[in-house]
Design a protein around this ligand. Structure first.
Ligand code: BGC
Length: 744
């Protein structure tokens, strides 16, 4: 804890606090907490960049004596991160905390005052005896010093002078991405007592949170709360898969009546809490859980007539909330919770459908460039930590994929401008490491798949993809020479890849696994004359696996859109709606409330086995883009012009989706009726246009708002393409009815 008192000569007309710290700080003025943000100042590569927050504190100050206080915690800075513990350079929990404040005050008498952190502040250890990200928090309420953050504090003489330290990150920048906040509260749905005095609380949902305890017990009573994702057969918690993370919060009562406490500087993903030391059996109000994560605004909504798919959508969203903590993380529970870049780039489009991620990723891209090595190699984890070497393909390529996604979905050209040089450095690194025009370096490959795909060709695909994205960025930024140069470099890689890995007799790449074929197909490496055959190979393999995918982190995001694009939407639907292993539905059937790290998490040992990794949730992109059919126009970023191409598949009877695009709300709902007709409602927001691919080839069967197409004033017909009637629409609300082929 830090504190300082100061005088103000008159009423305050304006006051602002510019504030930062390492690791976490909480600012207090005259006995009150400032703001609702959690885990400020947020996670960055601290030696390069540190964020600060700005708060208007005009109302919290007054004429006369004032007090400012700060409470500090370890956080990402000094908790000691990484599975081997303490990889982090500053990992000295409790010894290494810093705080920086510039409080600017204007008073009614015209005077101006600046209160800064310096040697005039006083410090004291706080009641928080331990706090780290992985292990949890221990708090001894008997050590509280009431009034420590007010001007009426009597024990100030027992505090020691604070020690000024030098720490200069190259850049101090204001936080622009959304803050972490408490976004909800869960009550236990079930409380059991598997052993006398040991209570297990089931919150019914795996989520990122921390407990809030309300208790009345004698001084010195020690209440211990441990966390887990699963239970043992005897009903106690099983937290073996948290590995070295102790995830335990401990509260020692002061014994003064009803006490309310929640840890401040820790969180974890969990569903169950196991509690000991309570004076009596807990009720549903004794311990609740506060959900905490980066509070990006909610975005799209998707529901349909299939209940399993609706539950999957919820699990995907909980997986996303669980893994947004200043940076995208792999998991929220075990001794990692790191910014693994492969996971994030794979999940990026789905995350954008779910929440407004523009500022979150814009900030994380700065972390990626800060973490980039001087030779151009980007890392595998960002902020750079634990795994430091040159990033491996598909992880390192987040540097090119993520800015391109922001551009595609939000139309933000500036993010391309900001990242262009960094992407170029990465592609030049790739170029310097090409062998026979292929970037074949060790990588984690199509991580945790059902069937393994050799990793070197996966690396080569990503080498191509980053080069191609750079060419597209150059084109979007009007750098024509570079666009041509990198386009040519990408073509060389695609040609070499095709020559080395394509087997014409089977129409397969590499070993013919689904991912072997999907990556070249999705990235645009396959010559046009082979594309359909390669897509058919994927579909055949899916059928041979009983209509299942066999993909890992990298093949999973693209399998459903690629199947649908090449005429295998029914196969895509079978994968998406299955509840047999391997599938997202299987996880639901086995009780999952988030997305597992592995398709067979239930059959694997505990070591590398989280119940809360978002990467496989990437299939949900196709719910919005395939089932509802709201798709980007590759030539027009930001959904200024978009495509509606719904897939009416399987026994799906209706779909309802909407999305707050940068121009306003896009909506697409469809429902099929017993008579074989399809009703489709499309909302095209102001200042946008859309092209709709109606799932019928019979123009004469189509009506819009009750009129035949030819009479529907705003609708411009583009004819029939394949089995779809195509129409262009200006902004407006449209109600189509059409006859489904063969469904009469
Ligand atoms: C993480 C993954 C990550 C992988 C890379 C794991 O420990 O949890 O999600 O992408 O390592 O190998």
């Amino acid at each position: 804890m830090l504190r300082k008192q100061f005088q103000l000569p008159a009423d305050v007309t304006q006051a602002r606090a510019y504030v930062s710290g390492l690791g976490y700080y909480r600012l207090r003025l005259n006995g009150r907490r400032i703001g609702h943000d959690e885990f400020t100042p947020g996670w960055t590569l601290y030696e390069k960049r540190c964020q600060y927050q700005v708060y208007d504190v005009t109302k919290q100050l007054h004429q006369g004596e004032n007090a400012v206080g700060a409470l500090l915690g370890n956080g990402w800075w000094s908790s000691g991160l990484g599975w081997a513990g303490g990889h982090e350079r500053h990992a000295k929990p409790g010894e290494n905390l810093r705080f920086l404040l510039q409080l600017e005050v204007q008073c009614a008498d015209g005077s101006q005052h600046t209160i800064l952190t310096d040697g005039t502040w006083a410090s004291h250890v706080s009641p928080i005896l331990e706090d780290t990200l992985y292990h949890g928090e221990t708090y001894d309420a008997r050590l509280e010093q009431p009034g420590w953050d007010t001007a009426d504090f009597s024990a100030a003489d027992q505090w020691k002078p604070a020690k000024p330290v030098e720490y200069r990150p190259a850049i101090m920048c204001v936080q622009k991405a959304p803050p972490l906040r408490i976004t909800g509260q869960l009550k236990p749905a079930k409380i059991t007592e598997p052993k006398p005095g040991v209570y297990v609380l089931d919150f019914g949902q795996n989520h990122p949170g921390r407990p809030k305890l309300t208790v009345n017990a004698p001084a010195g009573t020690t209440i211990k709360i441990q966390h887990a994702e699963i239970l043992r057969p005897d009903g106690l918690i099983d937290s073996v898969n948290y590995r070295s993370a102790r995830v335990t919060d401990t509260y020692i009562c002061k014994g003064t009546g009803t006490e309310v406490w929640q840890p401040k500087f820790t969180y974890r993903g969990f569903r169950y809490a196991q509690v000991t030391g309570l004076p009596e059996k807990p009720t549903a109000d004794t311990i609740v859980s506060q959900v905490v994560h980066t509070a990006a605004p909610p975005a799209g909504k998707f529901t349909c007539s299939n209940r399993l798919v609706n539950r999957i959508v919820k699990n995907v969203l909980w997986g996303q909330r669980s893994n947004m903590h200043s940076v995208p993380t792999d998991c929220p529970q075990r001794d990692e919770r790191l910014g693994w870049m492969g996971d994030a780039q794979a999940f990026a489009p789905t995350s954008i459908w779910n929440m407004n991620m523009a500022l979150f990723y814009t900030k994380w891209m700065r972390d990626i460039l800060d973490s980039q090595h001087p030779n151009g190699a980007t890392t595998g984890v960002c902020p750079r930590i634990v795994v430091d070497g040159a990033g491996r393909a598909a992880w390192a390529d987040a540097v090119s994929v993520v800015p391109w996604r922001i551009y595609e979905y939000y139309g933000d050209r500036r993010v391309l401008e900001e990242n262009y040089e960094g992407v170029k450095k990465w592609v030049e690194y790739i170029r310097a490491n090409l062998q026979n025009d292929l970037y074949e370096k060790p990588t984690w490959g199509d991580w945790v798949p059902v069937v393994t795909t050799p990793e070197l060709p996966v690396s080569a695909c990503y080498g191509f993809y980053s080069t191609k994205l750079l060419a597209q960025m150059a084109d979007a930024l009007g750098k024509q020479d570079e666009a041509e140069e990198y386009e040519a470099l990408a073509k060389r890689q695609a040609k070499a890849f095709h020559a080395k890995y394509y087997h014409p007799e089977t129409a397969n790449y590499v070993t013919g696994t689904q991912t072997s074929n999907l990556l070249p197909l999705a990235f645009g490496m396959v010559p046009p004359e082979f594309q359909q055959a390669v897509a058919d190979s994927v579909a055949r393999d899916v059928a041979e696996h009983g209509y299942h995918h066999t993909t890992g982190f990298l093949g999973t995001p693209v399998i459903l859109p690629m199947l649908a694009k090449y005429g295998h939407a029914e196969a895509a639907w079978r994968i998406a709606s299955s509840d047999e292993y391997p599938s997202l539905g299987y996880m639901v059937k086995k009780g999952a409330t988030t997305i597992w790290e592995r398709w067979n998490t239930d059959q694997m040992g505990p070591e590398m086995n989280s119940r809360n990794h978002f990467a496989f949730g990437a299939m949900a992109q196709w719910f919005f883009e395939g089932l509802a059919g709201i798709q980007l126009d590759p030539d027009v970023p930001g959904l200024k012009h978009f495509i509606v191409r719904p897939e009416v598949v399987g026994d799906l009877n209706w779909v309802k989706a909407d999305y707050p695009s940068p121009y306003g709300r896009i909506a697409c709902d469809w429902r099929r009726d017993d008579d074989g007709s399809l009703r489709l409602h499309v909302v095209v927001p102001a200042n946008t246009t859309a092209t709709v691919y109606l799932p019928t080839a019979e123009v004469s069967s189509v009506r819009e708002s009750g009129k035949p197409l030819a009479e529907a004033a705003a609708v411009r017909q583009r004819g029939v393409q394949g089995n779809r009637v195509v129409v262009d629409l200006p902004a407006g609300d449209y109600w189509f009815v059409s006859q489904l082929p063969g469904k009469k």
